[in-house]
Design a protein around this ligand. Structure first.
Ligand code: CP
Length: 311
């Protein structure tokens, strides 16, 4: 059992100080990539498709002097072809760190229980902590700071929203979210984000009316209404989220020049219009770029190499 090994399974695994430290580390690595992980190996154990997460981890490891091994969906069969605990213990004998993209959060948690090496959540149904770190790095680049910056998430209380709420609230941001009834993030996430906002001097406001959430906000964020694995609910969700599209009308209610954010892939014309995605205010592709540096920081931190990075 890898009880003493540090993992990143959930946004809540990181304190506010650690999140700030990781953002500084990511910024330093972005300014000057450094080969602090020469000869180290990262396995990417993916049970769902990916463009950004896969490529950005591979590019991050290349920048750090390390290597990656990609295991595609259907290749390993976590808990199907082989017991989760056996896969975890076997990979621990081959590589130094593993990023797992899978379905339920309980799978990555069981995996980590048996891992002798650090495990990173590369997306589960419940959380996407690497995305949240890249998002905050991007907002900080654009605004120069995060404390007091207002960020409104419009749409589904999914994995991206959950990790974003917890991390943003940890850093003193004014976090707002608008979702239809029945589509808010889970109660334990809201409790965690609320406690962190109280401790950091930030705030958390949950509403159902999108215009209430975006009014005067510095950054607007949305994501798909139907996540991977929910395809059978797509029609019901399209109806539930009909008034939640991030469009020019909603953007006009935000602060002048408000940042427009999306973690991608996007369904243009559904949760966000083409016009808003292509606008000058969009930082969507900067978010995608920053996945590399946020994840480089996470890997270096979990492998104990952060102190080798020169500012
Ligand atoms: N945002 C994100 O995680 O993208 P991928 O699913 O392409 O990795």
């Amino acid at each position: 059992m890898g009880a003493t090994v540090r993992h990143l399974l959930s946004a809540g695994d990181l304190s506010g100080e650690e999140i700030s430290f990781l953002l500084d580390l990511a910024a330093a690595l972005k300014r000057r990539p450094q080969r602090v992980l020469e000869g180290r190996q990262l396995a990417l154990l993916f049970e769902k498709p990916s463009l950004r997460t896969r490529v950005s981890f591979q590019v991050a490891m290349r920048h750090l002097g390390g290597e990656t091994i990609y295991l595609a969906p259907q290749e390993v069969g976590l808990g199907e072809r082989e017991a989760i605990k056996d896969v975890s213990r076997v990979l621990s004998r081959y590589v130094d760190i593993v990023a797992v993209r899978t379905w339920g959060q309980e799978i990555v948690e069981e995996y980590a229980q048996y891992s002798a090496i650090p495990v990173i959540n590369a997306l589960t149904n419940e959380e996407h902590p690497c995305q949240a770190l890249a998002d905050l790095l991007t907002v900080r680049e654009k605004k120069g700071h995060l404390k007091g910056v207002s960020l409104a998430f419009i749409g589904d209380g999914n994995n991206v929203a959950s990790s974003l709420l917890v991390t943003a609230a940890s850093l003193g941001m004014d976090v707002r979210m608008a979702a239809p009834r029945g589509y808010m993030p889970p109660e334990p996430i809201l409790a965690e984000a609320s406690a962190r906002a109280a401790a950091s001097g930030g705030s958390l406001t949950m509403v159902h009316d999108p215009s209430e959430a975006v009014r005067g906000a510095d950054a607007l964020y949305t994501d798909v209404w139907t996540s991977m694995g929910q395809e059978r609910e797509a029609e019901r969700r399209r109806i539930a989220f009909a008034g939640y599209q991030l469009n020019a009308g909603l953007v006009a209610l935000a602060a002048p020049g408000a940042l427009v954010m999306h973690d991608l892939p996007a369904h243009r014309g559904e949760e966000i219009t083409d016009e808003v995605m292509e606008s000058e205010q969009s930082i969507i592709f900067d978010q995608a770029e920053n996945r590399t540096w946020a994840q480089a920081a996470v890997v270096a931190f979990l492998l104990g190499a952060a102190h080798e990075v020169q500012g």
